[in-house]
Design a protein around this ligand. Structure first.
Ligand SMILES: Cc1cc2nc3c(=O)[nH]c(=O)nc-3n(C[C@H](O)[C@H](O)[C@H](O)COP(=O)(O)OP(=O)(O)OC[C@H]3O[C@@H](n4cnc5c(N)ncnc54)[C@H](O)[C@@H]3O)c2cc1C
Ligand SMILES: NC(=O)c1ccc[n+]([C@@H]2O[C@H](COP(=O)([O-])OP(=O)(O)OC[C@H]3O[C@@H](n4cnc5c(N)ncnc54)[C@H](O)[C@@H]3O)[C@@H](O)[C@H]2O)c1
Length: 513
């Protein structure tokens, strides 16, 4: 991908394919993000040989340009907010602020912030990570991988242009991730727009950042840049449309209160760029003038040039269609797998890793001839994704944070399900002790048989509340069972009691009989 920092070498000359010890491996994996890394490591752990091919840096988008740098950057402001919202700590800071004539709410120190981010992204160098995975028994090659035949892969070296071919005995796994989806807007292409890569690898704070799109990337980056001193304008159709509307509304309100200009309902129709300025022309003729523009309008599968379509896979831009073992079912003989963002099932790192484990286990089980038996004997086999994948969990690191899993009320209703929805504010002792005037909100969706099918938590430090609900959904627990699971006092988990009691109160006397 282009448009990144020129001082970062995204195509290192180390580990060329020409230096590979072998030309045949049990499994060849293309793409070294969380999905490809996890697949190849598990294949090696299972006693099979694996080659991992990476066109840029082993570690992928997640490690260098997405989850890790964004969360490393967002954490500093959260930490300051935590300190300033607790009596005792806050007063001390106020005293020190008076003494030294500095703001009572300390600002993030930018040098420290960039240094923290650079440390977490390993300074955009993958040598140590590659050495670690070599130690775990996985071979690697830097270069662009593409299918060249049945179970065959070509690796093109970025520097020499040389091509090496390798073969897989059992399977080829593609894990090439996703790339930003850039809308066709007059002037945008030549506007030196930022993608998430520029936003998370920045070394200075733009004076005025315009952000297009308010999904997870747009809202997290609006939160971050507002906190570290940019004027931010967020142009979107709606705020976080994939979560429940109440959560989106809370983020819209908090961004507005923090000083972010949120513009909803207008289209960006034209972008004019000069050296210092970027002008965003909106559909009502109004103009927003900024210094950078970040495009955060979604992702598309990264399969250009992979030759996937030659083998019966999807065409460019489409997501790879896979079965529940992540096998590209349209390809005869089941030798091709697609894991992670590329299959579009859910674009998140934990899901990429889950899918990678399923794919690797399936390849090994098929090679050993045990796949069919394991799948038919044990529903909880580790070879196929479960329907409880409905409980896919996501945490969004806005302020307040949002954590959600399962179905929203709208999704459940659209499926024709009869549901009960309870919403509560998080005002129990645990939350109040966590921070003064803690503002939190939680919602459960329960089906007509009493099973928990959806959960959302919104609040500061709320992301870690989710996992218990995810487990309850996957484990098919009823709200009656959950009622008996008492959270320790005083913790933020007490919201589980509040939710249980809200369900209890909502059930009519007739239903109780
Ligand atoms: C700003 C941002 C923040 C995010 N934050 C979170 C978060 O907090 N939590 C979360 O769960 N998810 C988050 N995500 C999503 C997460 O980054 C992805 O879901 C995850 O990276 C997917 O992993 P993957 O292995 O499928 O793909 P990737 O991480 O994209 O890795 C794919 C790799 O394949 C390589 N590749 C591509 N084509 C070829 C080829 N032909 N040959 C060889 N190599 C190739 C690429 O160079 C890349 O290294 C975030 C995304 C963004 C953009
Ligand atoms: N914390 C996390 O887990 C996290 C953080 C960031 C990203 N991610 C993942 O990365 C993926 C990509 O995130 P994203 O935010 O780029 O995509 P997204 O699909 O979540 O959001 C993009 C938003 O842009 C809007 N949009 C599209 N075209 C537009 C236009 N022309 N004008 C205005 N708005 C427009 C869409 O309606 C959508 O709401 C997501 O699927 C998410 O799962 C996860």
């Amino acid at each position: 991908m282009s448009l990144t920092r020129p001082d970062i070498d995204i195509h290192p000359k180390t580990f060329p394919a020409s230096a590979l010890k072998a030309r045949t491996y049990d499994v060849v994996v293309i793409g070294g993000g969380p999905a490809g890394l996890t697949t190849s490591l598990r294949i090696a752990q299972g006693g099979f040989t694996a080659l991992l091919i990476e066109s840029e840096l082993v570690g992928g988008e997640c490690l260098y340009w997405a989850c890790v740098p964004s969360k490393a950057l967002l954490r500093a402001s959260e930490a300051i907010q935590n300190v300033t919202s607790v009596g005792g700590a806050r007063e001390k800071l106020e005293l020190l602020a008076k003494k030294y004539g500095v703001p009572a709410r300390p600002e993030v120190d930018l040098d420290g912030l960039w240094a923290r981010r650079d440390m977490f992204v390993r300074r955009w160098q993958d040598d140590s990570l590659v050495n670690e995975i070599h130690g775990a028994g996985v071979d690697t090659a830097h270069g662009f991988g593409r299918l060249s035949g049945v179970r065959k892969v070509e690796i093109k070296d970025w520097h020499s242009g040389n091509v090496e071919e390798v073969e897989a005995r059992h399977a080829v796994v593609i894990a090439t991730g996703s790339a930003p989806l850039i809308p066709q807007i007059d002037g945008l292409e030549n506007s030196k727009y930022w993608t998430a890569r520029e936003a998370v690898s920045a070394q200075k704070v733009p004076e005025h950042l315009i952000i297009l799109g308010a999904g997870a990337v747009g809202t997290e980056m609006a939160t971050l840049y507002n906190q570290i001193g940019s004027k931010v304008t967020l142009i979107a159709h709606s705020i976080l449309p994939k979560v429940v509307p109440q959560a989106g509304n809370m983020i819209q309100e908090s961004l507005g209160k923090a000083g972010v200009d949120v513009i909803l309902g207008l289209e960006l129709v034209k972008v004019n760029r000069t050296d210092a300025m970027v002008e965003a022309v909106l559909s009502d003729g109004s103009v927003v003038k900024g210094t950078e523009i970040l495009v955060a309008t979604g992702r598309k599968a990264q399969i250009t040039g992979m030759m996937l379509e030659q083998f019966g896979g999807p065409i460019d831009g489409g997501w790879a269609k896979v079965d529940d073992s992540m096998c590209v079912s349209s390809v005869p003989e089941g030798w091709l797998y697609a894991v992670g963002d590329l299959n579009g099932r859910a674009l998140m790192t934990h899901i990429a890793k889950y899918q990678a484990k399923l794919a690797a286990n399936s390849i090994i089980a098929k090679a050993k001839g045990t796949y069919q038996r394991e799948v038919s004997l044990n529903f909880w086999n580790k070879l196929t994704a479960k329907p409880t994948g409905l409980a896919i969990a996501q945490s969004i690191f806005t302020d307040p944070q949002i954590a959600a899993c399962g179905l929203t009320p709208e999704q459940a209703t659209a499926r024709g399900m009869k549901i009960r929805v309870v919403s509560v504010s998080m005002s129990d002792p645990g939350s109040m002790l966590h921070a003064e005037n803690y503002q939190g909100w939680a919602q459960w969706v329960v089906d007509d048989a009493g099973y928990l099918i959806g959960a959302t938590f919104v609040g500061r430090d709320a992301v870690d509340l989710l996992q218990a609900s995810t487990m309850a959904i996957v484990g098919k627990m009823t709200v009656e069972q959950i009622w008996h699971v008492t959270p320790p006092f005083p913790t933020m988990s007490e919201v589980y009691t509040t939710l249980s009691e809200a369900v209890e109160a909502a059930v009519s006397d007739v239903e109780k009989l």
